[in-house]
Each structure stands twice: as C-alpha cells, then as structure tokens.
Design a protein around this ligand. Structure first.
Ligand code: NDP
Length: 333
C-alpha cells in the first residue's frame, strides 16, 4: 500500500446555498480513522440527491465546514483501533456508506463497509450501491411487492428509478413509470417497465386508470415529493401503499391523515438507513444487490463520471433533470 499523504483533494461547504457554495480544495487534511473505522482511498464517488439537500439546507448539516457525499468505492488504506472490522483488512477493495465522500480519502465505519465481490468493478459497485439498496429495501420492506402487482414509479429513468423498474420486473411485478422526456421514457422502457408515461404530454392519472382496469396501483414509489404527492394518492388502489421517499421537487407539505381513509391507504416516509441499520441487514441486502448484477445480469446505467473539481456541474445537471442513471465523481481530477 502506498504511503498515506497528509493532505488531499476534496470539496467542502462552509454555508448552504446553490452550487456556488461547493468549494474545491487541494489541501484538506487526510482524516484519521478511530475505533472501528477504516480509512479508504476513494476510487469513484457516488452522487445522490441527498447531497443536494445538505448543500441547499433542506436537510441541516451537522456543522461547517461540511463534506458532502455518502458513498464511494476504493481501497482500505489503514484501520483504526479496535478489533471488530468484520473481516476487512488493509488493501481490500470496498464500497462504503457514510459521510464525507467528496474527497480522495474518507473515514468510514467498518460496520458500513463491504468488500466488493470478484467480478464486480469498483465503478459498477458504487454506481449500484446506495440507489440500488434503496430500491431493493423499498420493494421488500416499505411495500412487499408481489408477482403481478401494478406499481407506479415516478422519475423512472433516474438513478433510483431505473433500479426500481428493474427489480420490479425481476420479481414479476408490472411497473408503470413516469418521465419527462422521450429519451428518459426509452431508458425506463429498456429497464423493463410495462409502460412509461411521458408526463409532459400524457395524463398520468388517466393512463394509470386505463392500464390497471380502473383499480389503480397497489404501491406508488414517489421520490419526487411536493409536485407529485396528490397525484400519487390519486393513482393508488384500495389498500395500497404510498411510499414517499424523497423530495426532488421539494418537501411534501404536512398531510391530513383523514386523506388516507377513502382508500384505506398506507402512507410511509422511509429512509434506506433505517432498513440497513444492523450489520446483518446491511450485509444481506448488499450481497443480494450485487447478486442481481453478477448472477441476474441487471444493468447499472452510469450517466457520467465528472471530475471532482466539476462537482457543481454535476449538481446542476442532477437538479436540472438532465440526467438518467448514476452520476459519479472521479476524486483524482
Ligand atoms: P434521480 O436520478 O431520480 O433524479 C431526480 C429526478 O426526479 C429527475 O431526473 C426528474 O426526472 C425528477 N424530477 C421531477 N421533478 C423534479 C424537480 N422539480 N426537480 C428535480 N428533479 C425532478 O435522483 P436520485 O435517484 O438520486 O433520487 C431520486 C429520489 O430518491 C430523490 O428524491 C432522493 O432524495 C430519493 N432517495 C431517497 C432515499 C431514502 O433513503 N429515502 C435514498 C436514495 C434516494 P424526470 O425529468 O423524468 O421527471
């Protein structure tokens, strides 16, 4: 293992705001791992919508300066103190999920670090990781989707959306996707959606009603939030689950609980972190996700790999709805 430098490239924010608050630095201190932590030399960094929430202030950062980024692939450069590293050792090729991702090196808890199986590249592993796990836990835990179920997926050509569509197909469910452009419609169709509604020119509610024979969808996975909440409730079948799991268009305003009565509907607002809280859950779902790629041939669509120094462009593209699939950062550039 090459020696560990004292400084590194990284991106910090010192206040919340637009993409102008993202500061690219070349002299940040390399962090030191503490008990049960590993220091990882990052190879590819994953961008997630949640990064934009911390940047904008929708979600409060724990303090400043703050380093965005929740996942990366890389190589373990050193271990902290203690003995419980779940079998991980220096030199292992891993993916991790924690904080402080937009940097050349990150300290992550061993508890949330996973050795990448042979046959899978670090690029594909991290491109699949957080968004794939989100989709997998949503269809298992938020609403356990069954074969033959009609399910509505908003932003079906997005990073998480493409995973939802592929996994729904894999379990024999019928996904109806929504997307804003023809290019995105095609991407979601290729991923296995039964039908994809281009909501820029087609009415979502009418099409869902037609496709489901008037019944609606037994589950709606809605990561768009504010602008789609009412529509999602409208598209739900009796006894269905509205799984509101994100705020790409803004946070959903407070909801009157009585609105669930007409359909005996369930309403959930889950986070991935709540489904992979224990090592056992984390290992089980990550192993299963990687098997879907290695054994079942599920696709991992990468929109673009941006140099870390161009992180502002990556955020602009994601928030500007210009992307389909996963956005990665290369920490060496
Ligand atoms: P996406 O790749 O899905 O990008 C967001 C997409 O949302 C856009 O491409 C766009 O698709 C659609 N969209 C609709 N309205 C807007 C709007 N006003 N502004 C921006 N985008 C809009 O992102 P991710 O896969 O990273 O995340 C999707 C959602 O999942 C986010 O809300 C995120 O927070 C959530 N999430 C939640 C997790 C959890 O644990 N709860 C974990 C991971 C993700 P189109 O143009 O087709 O409408």
């Amino acid at each position: 293992m090459a020696s560990i430098p004292s400084t590194m490239k990284g991106v910090i924010i010192e206040k919340t705001g637009g993409t102008e608050v993202l500061q690219y630095k070349t002299d940040l201190p390399v962090p030191q791992p503490k008990e049960g932590e590993v220091l990882v030399k990052n190879e590819f960094l994953g961008i997630n919508y949640i990064d934009t929430y911390f940047r904008s202030g929708l979600y409060p950062a724990p303090g400043f300066p703050y380093t965005l980024g929740r996942e990366a692939s890389g190589t373990i450069a050193s271990l902290g103190s203690g003995s419980n590293f779940h079998g991980l050792k220096e030199g292992d090729h891993v993916v991790w999920m924690a904080e402080g991702g937009y940097a050349e090196y990150t300290v992550a808890p061993a508890e949330k670090t996973y050795k990448i199986p042979s046959g899978l590249s670090g690029k594909i592993a991290v491109a699949a990781f957080l968004q794939g796990l989100t989709a997998l836990t949503l269809i298992r835990e938020s609403h356990h989707v069954q074969k033959g179920d009609w399910v509505l997926v908003h932003a079906a050509a997005g990073g998480t959306g493409l995973w939802l569509v592929q996994l729904l197909k894999a379990v024999g469910a019928k996904a109806i996707g929504t997307a804003s452009t023809e290019e995105k419609v095609e991407a979601a169709q290729k991923a296995g959606a039964e039908y994809v509604i281009n909501y820029s020119r087609e009415d979502v509610k009418s099409k869902v009603t037609e496709l489901t024979g008037g019944k609606g969808c037994i589950a709606v996975f809605d990561g768009v939030g504010k602008t789609t909440f009412d529509l999602s409730l409208d598209c739900l079948a009796r006894k269905g689950s509205l799984v509101s799991f994100g705020n790409a268009s803004g946070a959903v305003p407070p909801v009157t609980i009585a609105r669930l009565s007409p359909k005996n509907a369930r309403l959930l607002r889950p986070t991935l972190f709540g489904y992979i809280a224990t090592r056992e859950e984390f290992e089980k779902y990550t192993g299963e996700l990687f098997d879907y790629i290695l054994k079942d041939g599920l696709d991992v669509k990468i929109h673009e790999v941006y140099p870390l120094s161009q992180v502002a462009k990556a955020h602009d593209d994601l928030e500007g709805r210009k992307t389909s699939g996963k956005l990665l950062l290369d920490p060496s550039r």
